[in-house]
Design a binder for this molecule. Sequence first.
Ligand code: CA
Length: 218
Amino acid sequence: MRILVIEDDEAIASALVAGLTREGFSPARAASAADALKALPADFILLDLGLPDRDGTELFRNLREASSAPIIMVTARGSEEERIAGLDLGADDYVVKPFGLRELVARINAVLRRTNSAEGEHRVQRLDTITIDRRTRTVAVDGVEIACTPKEYGILECLARDPGAVVSRQDLLDTVWGPNWFGSTKMIDVHVASLRRKLNSPELIETHRGIGFRLVVA
Ligand code: CA
């Protein structure tokens, strides 16, 4: 599996490349944002947010547009705002410098388990008027693709794994925001409201007060 290591610090980057190789991955290294975009495609991306040539969150957006590979952000100690911004943009997880290889590999494997179980066998799923394509992380209504944010896509994809079942807010948070998110579950409602508008069918996602949400399909 090709892991793109985006890191400008030579010492950290070479230690990561050596360590990930020992663990059986095939790391490729990029020392700048420009190199990173040229080094795609990758199966997994490790992104240091502190790069010399571009704001880390901006590069994050560029990578997400160009690649569907999971992204783990690497942040400096104390940059809580950066981490929250990154997770809200849709990063799959983060590690804080300094971190050990063992911790990193555990996080990579956890992200891979989450993404693989999310993708499953049925990569294109049709529910009433809605089509969810897990290969491209896109949603279409009556065959027309709609513009979902990563969070909206994640919520819909999670509910669609078991149509008709009530999914708790905590499960949605764990799946869509990741286990490192310690925010209020209230914000889910904002994303669900926006998703309902985009799906053009307010009754499709049912709210179960105090519990969670359910996808209602005929
Ligand atoms: Ca750096």
